[in-house]
Design a protein around this ligand. Structure first.
Ligand code: ADP
Ligand code: MG
Length: 287
């Protein structure tokens, strides 16, 4: 359904995305996984023509995306991007309904669809419908972004860390909801994340990027059992380290203070960073 062929983006001498080739079959969700600066956002934005590639090609249902008008591409592919925010001057309802309106849906149908979508992303339509984006928290705005991307029932979606600003419980519920609608609608999607666990939960296929290179594509199981290189191996180790750490905490005596050794060990690897992050996140429950 979507195919990238030697897709490349250079900025001067710097190669942000280096000859990436991959295929996303109809009905599959491909996770693009990689550290910050690895080229994930650039790849996604090239697919819907927000960034023009330096070379290579993109096929959508066999059609050359680079030869399609940009607005046509964006109408057919729903997208929720990290930093493409909501339209600040529009209400939440207008934001969510923007594509259906462009498609000429009748007003009543748009209103019903908007309310249904707001409920799906756990926002109360009565409460938020008429507010402006600035009157919502970051996590709420992100959910409106996902609702907007789903509004016109696209067959294909591009999502760039769409759940990054959500507190852990909301994130968990929205991930589950997302898995559900994917099953129901047979949605094809490319989903960017730097979160290993999210990648393992959501991905049919995971494509790992490192410094602009595509280093491995495979099922979650293939990546876990046959990592192509040290980078993929260390990425796959982080969820396990975190799970081990939690196991260890649970195994300790209630009064025990012997966290020092193994806790410190995990902390010296990449696990330490993620642990700090998840602690920070659980504090922000009200987001
Ligand atoms: P990711 O989404 O994986 O964090 P990006 O795709 O946003 O990474 O960026 C990939 C690399 O390209 C980064 O090193 C970034 O600094 C660089 N980059 C992105 N946009 C530009 C630009 N307009 N000019 C120069 N370099 C850029
Ligand atoms: Mg990015």
């Amino acid at each position: 359904m979507i195919e990238l062929r030697d897709l490349t983006k250079r900025y001067g001498d710097f190669t942000a995305v280096n000859e990436v080739s991959l295929k996303v079959d109809e009905g599959t969700l491909l996770v693009l996984l990689g550290g910050s600066g690895s080229g994930k956002t650039t790849t996604l934005k090239m697919i819907n023509r927000l960034i023009e590639p330096t070379s290579g090609s993109i096929l959508f249902d066999g059609q050359d995306v680079l030869k399609m008008p940009a607005h046509e591409v964006r109408r057919r592919i729903g997208y929720a991007f990290q930093k493409i925010g909501l339209f600040p001057h529009m209400t939440i309802a207008e934001n969510v309904g923007v594509t259906p309106r462009l498609l000429g849906w009748e007003a009543g149908r748009i209103r019903r669809r908007v309310d249904e979508l707001l409920e799906t992303v756990e926002l109360d339509p009565k409460e938020v419908r008429d507010r402006r984006p600035s009157e919502l928290s970051g996590g709420q705005q992100q959910r409106v972004g996902v609702a907007r991307a789903l509004a016109a029932e696209p067959k294909v979606m591009l999502l760039d860390e769409p759940f990054g600003a959500l507190d852990p419980l909301t994130r968990d519920r929205i991930q589950q909801f997302f898995l559900r609608i994917r099953k129901e609608t047979g949605l094809t999607a490319i989903f960017v994340t730097h979160d290993m666990v999210e990648a393992l939960i959501l991905g049919d296929q995971i494509a790992v990027m490192n410094r602009g290179d595509l280093v491995q594509v495979g099922t979650p199981r293939q990546l876990l059992t046959k990592p192509a290189d040290d980078y993929v191996e260390s990425l796959m180790a982080t969820p396990r380290q975190q799970a081990d750490f939690v196991e260890e905490l649970l195994a300790q005596e209630p009064t025990g203070k012997s966290t020092g050794k193994s806790g410190g060990k995990a902390g010296s690897k990449s696990g330490g960073k993620s642990r700090g992050k998840s602690r920070g996140k659980s504090r922000g429950k009200s987001s």
